[in-house]
Design a protein around this ligand. Structure first.
Ligand code: PEP
Ligand code: MG
Length: 315
């Protein structure tokens, strides 16, 4: 039946006019890689390394980290792998990183900011990633979460390059970073938009707060504007801008993201068939028109309706 056909389609992501849009996976460990294979995804767009070490009371040693990253890289075979440095804090506390007693942990020392307290932890991690890459003979891409300023991006890029990483990126998940993606891209090779946190911080709505789901909607006009600004900066700089927030898993939003200029989409593997199908049915020009229509709306529902209006009759 049609659904089974959809699930069996494991071709690379492409628009109807043949522009490649690599479909990648958000994963938390090697056990998620089976699903990546099944879904025919073209790589790992986000390895959440904090998930590898959840529940640990002491920091993992260098060799343990090398082994963990090597397993993921090896299992990914010849696919692309983007490894994110520890994003501990707020909704993902790690006992060996997280500061206790912050009043607003989501606005506190999380993600890259932990380098302020513990620069060795980040350095060890990047060294371990670089060693795992060397041992497997593969190039990996490494990015830092929760970057807010150009100086942070530059600091991370210097550290990562010093450790031997050749493709260095940062997440764009803080509005300040989205507004200044142009400047970030002068320091790093690529950026990846994290729409989960970008919505949280743009809308000042706790991402874990069930009562604020309407504000956390990534179809919010202000969130779309921030994504558009970041994507435009990538196009202007000729540097890749991907999306790794869960909004990439929404097939209609995926069309908007492609239309705004996202070069790759990383999502939960289960979302891949529907996203692949949606993209394959629409040309890049159509995606641009859909994105433009969505951005013309003044509410999330209005944006969705405007996008839906422009879909091919078959979808
Ligand atoms: C995001 O914030 O969109 C993201 C991909 O990172 P995480 O969900 O791990 O915070
Ligand atoms: Mg995030």
């Amino acid at each position: 039946d049609a659904l089974a056909d959809l699930e069996r389609d494991t071709r690379p992501g492409r628009t109807a006019d043949g522009s490649p849009v690599p479909l990648l996976a958000n994963v938390g460990g090697v056990e998620d890689l089976d699903a990546v294979d099944c879904a025919g995804l073209e790589g790992v767009g986000l390895l959440r390394t904090e998930v590898l070490f959840l529940g640990r009371s002491a920091a993992p040693g260098l060799q343990e980290q090398v082994d963990a990253y090597r397993r993921v890289i090896e299992t990914a075979g010849d696919r692309r792998v983007v490894i994110r440095t520890l994003d501990a804090g707020a909704d993902k506390p790690l006992a060996f990183v997280t500061r206790r007693g912050e009043e607003n942990p989501a606005l506190g020392v999380r993600g890259f900011r932990t380098v302020r307290d513990d620069p060795e932890l980040l350095r060890d991690q990047v060294l371990a990633i670089a060693q795992a890459a060397r041992e497997t003979g593969r190039e990996v891409q490494v990015m830092a979460p929760m970057i807010s300023t150009v100086q942070e991006a530059a600091q991370f890029a210097a550290l990562a390059r010093d450790c031997g990483i050749t493709s260095v990126g940062v997440m764009v998940e803080v509005p300040a970073a989205a507004l200044r993606t142009r400047d970030l891209l002068a320091e790093v090779d690529f950026v990846s938009i994290g729409t989960n946190d970008l919505a949280q911080y743009a809308m000042a709505a706790d991402r874990l707060h069930g009562g604020l789901i309407d504000l956390l909607d990534t179809w919010q006009p202000a969130v779309l504007d921030l994504v558009a600004t970041a994507a435009r900066a990538g196009a202007d700089a000729g540097r890749p801008v991907g999306v790794c927030g869960e909004s990439a898993a929404d097939p209609l939003m995926a069309l908007v993201l492609v239309g705004l200029g996202a070069g790759s989409l990383s999502m939960s593997p289960a979302a891949a068939p529907a996203v692949r199908f949606a993209i394959a049915r629409h040309t890049t020009d159509r995606c641009r028109a859909i994105a433009q229509a969505a951005r013309g709306a003044v509410s999330p529902d209005g944006a969705r309706a405007a996008a839906l209006d422009l879909l091919d009759a078959h979808v």
